[in-house]
Design a protein. Structure first.
Length: 258
């Protein structure tokens, strides 16, 4: 299984920046998990192939690229872009994004080949299939309804917290998994901004350490994602100070294979 966190901004030299403003993970160049930079950073090959998008929640940094992606591909789509999300998230998308005022309601539009957008609601805790992947949504603890995922292709399995504060249930689910290849966990704010992390339901390095103590087995790498770009240097330093074995920062743009 291949996994890539797409870049979302450019540095001063015009190269993709290591800073993560948006969230969009691509699995096997075929399925997107969140759509932050889906329109902006996908390769030509990925644009040709990705027609399935699984969403964790409706915050802008996780969906910003979705309306633009469907717009870009509108006339060329031979099958609709399928958006997998909880019913609550679908409601928010229809009410606040695809509402004709912010952007067209693509779920009601067709091109010469038929529909261009389709919703596939999923339920928390129930496995569903997306292309060759088995996906399970696990409730996490964020300011708005949000899920993490456990995703498997039958050979490798990875888990992703998405945006969350302390999330006991997520780790319980992971502890029941037999064979994990990797876990991606968020850490948005540095320790000094504990109060902000608390009210916005995110983790700091200090809280990340407490979360990782809930993991029964640690024979897999843990990668930190969703580091707020403004505080990246502090957060990376504070994570290094934790001196936790197998804890890494996920590199933006790099293709990981398990
Ligand atoms: Zn969020």
């Amino acid at each position: 299984m291949k996994l890539q966190l797409l870049p979302s901004t450019f540095g001063e030299n015009g190269q993709a920046s290591a800073r993560q403003h948006l969230s969009c993970f691509v699995v096997d160049d075929l399925v997107a998990v969140d759509a932050g930079s889906l329109a902006m950073a996908t390769s030509f090959e990925q644009k040709k192939q990705i027609r399935d998008v699984i969403l964790t929640h409706a915050h802008l940094d996780h969906i910003a690229g979705l309306p633009l992606y469907i717009d870009d591909l509108f006339s060329t789509l031979r099958r609709p872009v399928c958006v997998y999300a909880t019913r609550e998230v679908i409601e928010v998308l229809e009410r606040d994004i695809f509402n004709w005022s912010v952007y067209p309601r693509f779920s009601e539009l067709e091109n010469d080949n038929g529909k261009v957008m389709h919703y596939s609601p999923f339920e928390i805790g129930k496995e569903f299939t997306v292309k060759h992947l088995r996906v399970k949504a696990v409730e996490v603890n964020h300011k708005v309804p949000c899920v993490g995922f456990v995703i498997s292709d039958g050979k490798a399995t990875f888990a992703l917290t998405s945006d969350t504060a302390e999330a006991g249930g997520f780790w319980e689910t992971l502890n029941a998994e037999q064979d994990l290849s990797a876990v991606l966990v968020e850490c948005a704010f540095p320790n000094e901004l504990e109060e902000l992390a608390h009210i916005s339901y995110h983790l700091t390095p200090k809280n990340l350490r407490l979360e990782l103590e809930k993991v029964a087995r640690r024979d897999f790498p843990v990668y930190v994602v969703n580091i707020k770009p403004m505080y990246r240097d502090e957060i990376v330093a504070q994570i290094a100070e934790l001196e936790i074995e197998n804890l890494h920062i996920l590199e933006v743009g790099k293709v990981y294979e398990w």
